[in-house]
Design a protein around this ligand. Structure first.
Ligand code: TRP
Ligand code: SF4
Length: 461
């Protein structure tokens, strides 16, 4: 089995494995439903997702949703971070709440960065997020992990439901792993679930846009969301020929003593609970009266007039509301999208530990342009050969820069691709063009960063 390691440097060249082995769904199937798809969506840079439908449905029906991501302040902000920031910002512009965590606890414990460095580097990330369009305020939350009591409290709670075996299976932790590293793993899950707390108007669909190597975090957190919840709702087969199906509600969480012990009082309590759930879900009593069965361990709703598919979302929603009323958790599993990685400018992986492999957002514009001029292309050895055989844009890091960052117009990009393949575009000119765009982008971005300093000061970090 393939393992993907978020802290390592594994290159994922076979994305299709992710669909088959890890249960990630294809993103392109959702594209028709999205109103103003982001460039990465249109261009298949975002290629996969987990339960993104939940976010999309909320977006389309004007219901609350959020997007969140975290950045480890361990090096320079670069084009890879820009990708994630853009994805968060796009969701904010579609009406969602945006959350941005500076993962200073992780940088401190895993990368050995001092708190001072975390502070300085973290602010650099924030300035770029502002420059790219992140709007702080009621719908835009930015925080340092170490300064968020809420995230730290939640991570402690999540720690109750996380054990060492699970972490070592996911991350390869062993007896040598320091405890703070493990804490930073549950802290990241707390980052992801925080937008769903009552304080932020949760529960609600939240998407975490990540690179595919971050999927283990997502799986851990989806599992945790479920384990934390007071109630678990799932459909089952009909228990009577007149029924279309059943919806079962179990309570497994030790945070709740509801539905636990076998006595009349509890059955009565469960009956009240059930009535509450059913009435909140807007299910008419006569839909269900034959079958409002209450047991000591669970309650069930028989679907007589409606199908379980029809009732399930309503029951899930009302069960969540009841859990919240009772002081329990009611998280939805966080959704995720997965984007492809950019290759390094000289081939290989783009990595913050290899400064020449990436372009930093705070780099001198001219130096950035120069890197483009020296980047690896998909060109042939000689000009003659290039004209005869055409270039190979799919192997070209310059083309990738145009695709990921520098060209907004899809038609223009198609032209570049065709001309390159057809041999009419030569690398020298093409690189000059891309270098010019890069210089322009960096200059403009850095100007916006300057202007954003006021916003940063306003946050009072
Ligand atoms: N672990 C991520 C990294 O290595 C940073 C991170 C912290 C994060 N909290 C998060 C990412 C929440 C996504 C969601 O960069
Ligand atoms: Fe890359 Fe441009 Fe050369 Fe094609 S012409 S290989 S896109 S640099």
């Amino acid at each position: 089995m393939t393992t993907i390691d978020p802290w390592g440097a594994v290159k994922i060249d076979n994305y299709s494995k992710l669909f088959d082995e890890f249960g990630i769904s294809r993103f392109d199937e959702l594209l028709v439903k999205i109103k103003n798809p982001h460039r990465y969506m249109r261009r298949n840079v975002i290629f996969g997702h987990r339960s993104y439908e939940s976010v999309l449905d909320a977006m389309l029906s004007g219901k609350p949703f959020a997007a969140m991501s975290g950045f480890m302040p361990s090096g320079q902000v670069h084009l890879g971070h820009k990708m994630v920031m853009e994805e968060i910002i796009w969701h904010q512009q579609q009406g969602g709440d945006a959350f941005l965590a500076i993962a200073d606890m992780e940088a401190h414990s895993v990368r050995g960065k001092s708190w001072k460095e975390c502070d300085t580097l973290g602010k650099d990330y924030i300035l770029s997020a502002f420059a790219l369009g992140f709007e702080p305020g009621e719908h835009g939350h930015i925080y340092f992990q170490s300064k968020s009591a809420q995230v730290k409290d939640l991570s402690f709670e999540l720690g109750i439901k996380t054990n060492f075996s699970e972490l070592s299976a996911i991350y390869g932790f062993n007896g040598e792993t320091n405890i703070a590293h493990m804490v930073s793993a549950v802290t990241q899950s707390a980052d992801i679930l925080q937008p769903q707390l009552k304080e932020f108007g949760g529960p609600k669909p939240v998407v975490i846009p990540v690179g595919a190597d971050q999927d283990p975090h997502i799986r851990l957190t989806r599992g945790l969301a479920d384990k934390m919840n007071m109630f678990h709702v799932f459909p089952g087969p009909p228990r009577h020929p007149n029924f279309k199906g059943m919806i079962n509600i179990y309570s497994k969480s030790p945070t709740s003593d509801t539905m636990k012990t076998e006595n009349e009082f509890n059955i009565l309590k469960n009956r009240l609970l059930q009535e509450k759930i059913v009435s909140k879900a807007g299910i008419k009593f006569d839909d269900t009266e034959d079958s409002m069965n209450c047991y000591t361990g669970h309650i069930e709703i028989a679907c007589i007039k409606s199908s379980p598919e029809e009732l399930l979302p309503k029951v899930q929603e009302s069960t969540r509301a009841v859990a919240l009323e009772l002081g329990g958790y009611a998280f939805m599993p966080p959704a995720s999208t997965y984007h492809k990685f950019m290759t390094g400018l000289y081939g290989g992986k783009m990595s913050s530990s290899v400064p020449d492999s990436f372009i930093g957002l705070t780099e001198e514009p001219q130096a950035g342009a120069k890197k483009v001029m020296h980047a690896m292309t998909g060109g042939r050895v000689t000009l003659q050969e290039q004209q005869k055989l055409g270039g190979e844009p799919e192997k070209c890091s310059v083309y990738e820069l145009l695709l990921f960052h520098l060209v907004d117009d899809d038609n223009e990009l198609v032209e570049v691709y065709k001309d390159c393949e057809g041999g009419t575009r030569v690398c020298g000119n093409c690189k000059k063009y891309a270098a010019g765009l890069m210089e322009e982008f960096l200059r403009c971005h850095q100007k916006k960063r300057e202007l954003a300093k006021e916003k940063l000061a306003g946050l009072g970090f």
